[in-house]
Design a protein around this ligand. Sequence first.
Ligand code: NAD
Ligand code: DAU
Length: 349
Amino acid sequence: MKLLVTGGAGFIGSHVVRLLVNKYPNYEIVNLDKLTYAGNLENLKDIEKNPNYKFIQGDITDKQFISDLFVAETFDGVLHLAAESHVDRSISGPEAFVITNVIGTLNLLNAAVQQWKGDYTGKLFYHISTDEVFGSLGQEGKFDENTSYDPRSPYSSSKASSDHLVRAYHHTYGLPIVITNCSNNYGSHQFPEKLIPLMIHNIKTNRPLPVYGKGENIRDWLWVEDHARAIDVVFHQGKNGETYCIGGNNEWKNIDLVHLLCEIMDDRLGREKGTSAGLITFVKDRAGHDLRYAIDATKIKFELGWEPTQPFRDLLEKTVDWYLANEEWLEHITSGAYRNYYIDQYQNR
Ligand code: NAD
Ligand code: DAU
């Protein structure tokens, strides 16, 4: 089995690649990533020498490159995670989101249809998507597989478009597909523009903790390794044409989560209780800020036997400890030195 994982050098993608490479030594795992600012080969240092792993640097928006890749390599499955993923960046620069998330997905769909030529036995195109396509919830209710699409940011609109394209290729060309829509992930190797690693970094360096609006917005947090495990389960057991919602059953108001992080960090850094919370600063709200996301993950639990595993506080502490123990990782990201790492590792191969 040869699998293409796109965006495998990013946060979630690197956890998915690691899981697949370690769990399936007989599979060939090909990681295709452009290495944008969010892609980092240091995320995969521990498995980069495994014989069943290969990295290819490339851009999913490059139609010819993608088409040539699918001629050169015969894939049995595609796990598509490559995307522009940060809502704030989509507000300041929407175009890149449409080009990467919509056109990039279209290129992959076309290449898969061309390569598999209607013989779809044992083939699967898996699109990893977000709960943000469903819009924003009030204080009650949860998103599930029957929720109507109502994306409200350029990011979520581009992800909704790509979901629609994937379903259209299933209905029109018979392409075997699955889609998952997942809630907010946290864990190791997340780029420090997202809430949790940003707050950890700022607490550590005694910088203000910028909480948007009043911090009343609610997110449903899932440990990234649980997400990777869900992706493995859906890829192997999911039904052709189906959608599965994945969530942590773990809703937190942003302000409460930031307080919890401050508490954990005070303990870890030996600070007096309450010190880090003094850094909290309420700042201008995100434009069009969705109030609440929450997932009803009943379908994946009962049909495929997946559910999130461990208690949130333990996993959050584990996450904090990872960032504190991996200062170099953070420094390389912020200094851009990981690009030099890539050149050193791959230029003469
Ligand atoms: P990320 O931003 O950390 O990583 C994205 C990866 O895609 C990077 O390695 C980047 O280099 C690569 N990439 C971007 N543009 C590319 C292009 N044109 N060609 C090839 N590679 C390209 O993102 P993430 O948080 O790991 O999210 C991964 C996927 O999961 C995305 O599709 C996202 O929409 C989805 N998702 C994320 C979350 C979350 O909480 N982070 C939750 C649900 C779904
Ligand atoms: O729900 C899934 C989505 O979760 C994924 O599809 C996205 O790729 C991922 O980035 C994430 O989107 P969010 O916008 O929810 O995540 P972010 O970490 O940017 O923000 C989480 C919440 O924290 C949100 O309500 C905005 C708020 N926030 C964020 C930042 C970066 C702040 O209050 N201050 C900040 O500095």
